[in-house]
Design a protein around this ligand. Structure first.
Ligand SMILES: Nc1nc2c(ncn2[C@@H]2O[C@H](COP(=O)(O)OP(=O)(O)OP(=O)(O)O)[C@@H](O)[C@H]2O)c(=O)[nH]1
Ligand SMILES: [Mg+2]
Length: 428
């Protein structure tokens, strides 16, 4: 058991972490995951005073860890004035209740901790509603008098966000609130979808920046487009999507979207709640998967991101793998780059590798838009109207015998305009 010396002020919540080394996991996996949990706890404002692990075949139904171990940890926690014990795996409602009795303090799991961080970070109306929905859905089966009591008395980690006022109410009211949020979200999303349609009319291809939390997605968007999205060394710095236009050296335009980062064991309720926000990712023509290449677990991170992409139905898209933070590479991490197709090593911070990324981006975007010259009879007004609706008309000339257009179109519309195509243009 690792015990850290406390320098906590009265207000900081003192936190103890518990992880299990199941048969399916190695000691290293458990350690990595606990280190990440510790970062999450710190991000939520807690002070981690120590952690403990147990090696076991499978979790115990009643208390997750063995009762002997639970008693041992509980004693340690009492001695060190621990306010909150956080388990690295999702607990069942019954396990949480039983553990609360053993530890006599607040019990959280990784899921509620992540939900709590999201609640603190949410800024937009949609973000706040989504996180409240996820919190309430997670909470509903876990509503106990203990929680109600705690939320009135203490608040703190796991008890924040707009959902807080509801924590003390009964299930019925929570359910009513869930239904109400659903309706409010509908309204907010309809507005956002109108905005998106406006953008789609421009018909620029959409590239979504995805990746593990803290990989450097926002830093990259800022570096490429001069956006000023908050980028900081904290987990889940970004929740709401930001889209900016990028004009490539080849004069192609692309819309870049930076959105929420992913993490191992991302709560399902959260993925569900954020599905609408993540629509940007689902709709994208191309993904830019940013990896913190200097992180020792970068390969696990890639897998975790791919799992979430799968879950939201965004896997299988053309993807550029971007290994970021090359300025921090020390142990030849760069070798991964050579083993993956479409991989680029960059530093969003120093600008190293950005030209290579831009050229890979134009290469990947080329098949996404065709640049063609058309000759359309003046009387074919429906064709001309359709062209303006679905294509990006760059030049037009109505003076000659036929109307002439230089236009960018999605390749699947090639057939439709085939009779009028004069030539395919080189500059895209
Ligand atoms: N050394 C180094 N640090 C970087 C680089 N790119 C980003 N960072 C740092 O990594 C941290 C996270 O960067 P963000 O851009 O906020 O990461 P993100 O992927 O948007 O993270 P979330 O929004 O939290 O998911 C910040 O402290 C950045 O300054 C890089 O190329 N090199
Ligand atoms: Mg970010």
């Amino acid at each position: 058991m690792k015990a850290l010396i406390s320098t906590a002020t009265k207000k900081t919540e003192r936190v103890f972490l518990v992880g299990v080394e199941l048969k399916s996991r190695t000691a290293l996996d458990t350690r990595d995951s606990l280190d990440e949990l510790s970062e999450l706890a710190a991000t939520a404002g807690g002070q981690v005073i120590g952690d403990g692990t147990q090696k076991m075949e499978a979790p115990v139904a009643g208390t997750f860890i063995g009762t002997g171990k639970a008693d041992e940890f509980a004693k340690h926690c009492t001695q060190h004035n621990v306010d909150t014990v956080i388990f690295d795996d999702e607990l069942t409602p019954a396990q949480s209740r039983n553990l609360e009795q053993v530890f006599e303090c607040k019990i959280l799991d990784r899921t509620s901790l992540i939900l709590d961080i999201f609640a603190q970070r949410a800024r937009t109306r949609e973000g706040k509603l989504q996180i409240e929905l996820a919190q309430l859905q997670h909470l509903l089966p876990r509503l106990t008098r203990f929680w109600g009591h705690l939320s009135r008395q203490k608040g703190g980690i796991g008890m924040r966000g707009d959902g807080e006022t509801q924590l003390e109410t009964d299930r019925r009211r929570v359910q009513d609130r869930i239904a109400k949020i659903g309706r409010e979200l509908d309204v907010v999303r309809r507005q956002r979808s109108t905005q998106r349609q406006g953008r789609q009319r421009s018909l620029w291809p959409l590239a979504s920046i995805v990746g593990y939390t803290n990989a450097g997605k926002s830093t990259l968007l800022n570096a490429l487009t001069g956006a000023d999205v908050l980028a900081e060394n904290k987990l889940f710095a970004t929740l709401d999507p930001t889209t900016r236009r990028l004009r490539l050296p080849t004069n192609q335009n692309v819309l870049l979207t930076d959105t929420v980062g992913f993490i191992r064991k991302l709560p399902h309720s959260l993925v569900e709640a954020f599905k609408a926000t993540l629509e940007e990712v689902v709709k994208a023509d191309l993904l830019i998967h940013v990896v913190d290449g200097s992180h020792p677990q970068s390969m696990d991170h890639i897998q975790a991101v791919n799992a979430v992409l799968d879950e939201i139905g965004a896997s299988g898209k053309p993807t550029i793998m971007v290994f970021n933070k090359v300025d921090k590479f020390v142990n030849g991490e760069g070798h991964i780059l050579k083993t993956l197709p479409n991989a680029v090593g960059i530093s969003a911070k120093t600008g190293e590798g950005i030209p290579e990324l831009l050229s890979e981006l134009s290469k990947q975007l080329k098949p996404i838009r065709e640049f063609i010259e058309l000759s359309v009879p003046h009387e074919a007004s429906s064709v001309i109207a359709r062209l303006h609706e679905v294509g990006q008309v760059v030049e037009r000339d109505y003076e000659g015998e036929t109307a002439r257009f230089k236009v960018r179109i999605p390749p699947h519309l090639h057939e439709e305009f085939a009779p009028f195509i004069v030539q395919e243009l080189q500059t895209v």
